[in-house]
Design a protein around this ligand. Structure first.
Ligand SMILES: NC(=O)c1ccc[n+]([C@@H]2O[C@H](COP(=O)([O-])OP(=O)(O)OC[C@H]3O[C@@H](n4cnc5c(N)ncnc54)[C@H](OP(=O)(O)O)[C@@H]3O)[C@@H](O)[C@H]2O)c1
Length: 320
């Protein structure tokens, strides 16, 4: 049974993935946690907690080697430490390779799965697949300001393939359960519900033409799970995958959320106001996940975001 270490294992995406791996019966799972409460949450879910500082390359290398980890998954939002995390993973891979070389032996590469994101495409002028290297002159979109650093990090991961088996997965905006990202657009509508306001204008910090790529958290976990199952050389020559189920305009989403919360107040789209996070949410996406389906054998099960939105809004409201 391979050992998988999920960095960010107590996070929104990381926990869903870790639970999926545990439930398969095919993996022993370790997860990083930064507080005793989150360690307890992991332990309760049959995930071995790691409380050490995983953003320190030396410490991460030791954790990987000591626990005989076969695959590391970075689902953290430790953006400023992304390079140190990659360094820790590659150091561990080299340490293992060099130790085997002394015995004149070889072994499988260490696996590394990185969670990137769809914002890396920016607003695409034409439809473009994940075969186009994001952030390069070949790409028709410019990465959102908030993730301007990410194309170089994706390239650094791909360049480490001499010692690592890698996969880069790019989730769309994730919904389901806590759905924290959506608070930016849905927060004002919930406030209107709570105050009983059905006349004052609700301001939504988005461009009216925004078209969001969306996906359920369980489908994201399934996409990562499929890549982990195939990390040992079965991902082809370009192991980079967009994961998206539907792209939906902000106005359709807003009206559906208003309906779910019973709010009839008018809405004004106030633009992105120079805020990099608002800007990223307001991109116009033309992405699809055809390669994830053909190469990973991935099929999303939670489709029809708008049709089922009352369920997701209720879960999000309960998590506030
Ligand atoms: N949510 C989305 O819609 C979405 C869409 C596309 C891409 N993504 C990407 O998915 C990844 C995970 O996002 P998420 O929504 O799951 O976020 P999240 O719930 O905030 O989880 C992030 C995880 O990273 C951990 N973390 C953050 N900084 C850290 C540090 N310095 N050292 C160690 N651990 C650290 C957090 O630990 P604590 O719990 O202790 O804070 C948490 O476990 C991110 O890379 C994000 O860019 C997310």
């Amino acid at each position: 049974m391979p050992n998988v270490l999920v960095l960010g294992g107590s996070g929104y995406l990381g926990l869903a993935l870790s639970k999926s791996l545990v439930a398969s019966g095919n993996y022993a799972v370790w997860g990083s946690a930064r507080t005793p409460e989150k360690s307890k949450l992991l332990a309760q879910n049959e995930i071995s907690p790691v409380e050490d500082d995983i953003t320190n390359a030396g410490i991460l290398e030791t954790i990987i080697v000591k626990n005989d980890i076969n695959i590391v998954v970075d689902t953290t939002s430790a953006y400023e430490q992304a390079a140190q995390i990659l360094q820790g993973v590659t150091q561990a891979a080299k340490t293992r390779r060099d130790a085997l070389a002394k015995e004149k032996a070889v072994g499988p590469k260490l696996g590394f799965v990185y969670c990137s994101g769809m914002w890396i495409h920016g607003s695409q002028s034409v439809r473009e697949s994940d075969l186009t290297p994001a952030g390069t002159s070949l790409s028709k979109g410019k990465p959102a300001t908030a993730v301007a650093w990410r194309p170089a990090h994706e390239q650094a991961i791909l360049a480490a393939r001499d010692v690592l088996d890698v996969a880069i997965l790019r989730p769309a905006t994730i919904y389901g359960r806590g759905s924290w990202v959506w608070s930016t657009w849905w927060g004002g509508i919930l406030k209107a519900k709570q105050s009983g306001n059905n006349t004052d204008v609700i301001q939504i910090p988005a461009d009216v033409q925004a078209r969001n790529p969306t996906i359920h958290v369980d489908d994201i976990a399934a996409g990562f799970h499929a890549a982990i199952d195939r990390i040992d050389g079965r991902l082809g020559a370009w192991p980079v995958f967009d994961l998206v189920t539907e792209t939906i305009g902000v106005q359709d989403i807003t009206e559906a959320v208003k309906g779910a919360l019973g709010v009839t107040a008018p809405v004004e789209y106030t633009g992105t106001q120079g805020n990099p996070f608002f800007e990223a949410l307001s991109l116009v996406s033309k992405a699809d996940a055809s390669r994830a389906r053909t190469v990973l054998g991935w099929e999303p099960r939670r489709t029809e975001f708008l049709l089922n939105i009352a369920i997701y809004v209720r879960a999000w409201e309960a998590a506030q």
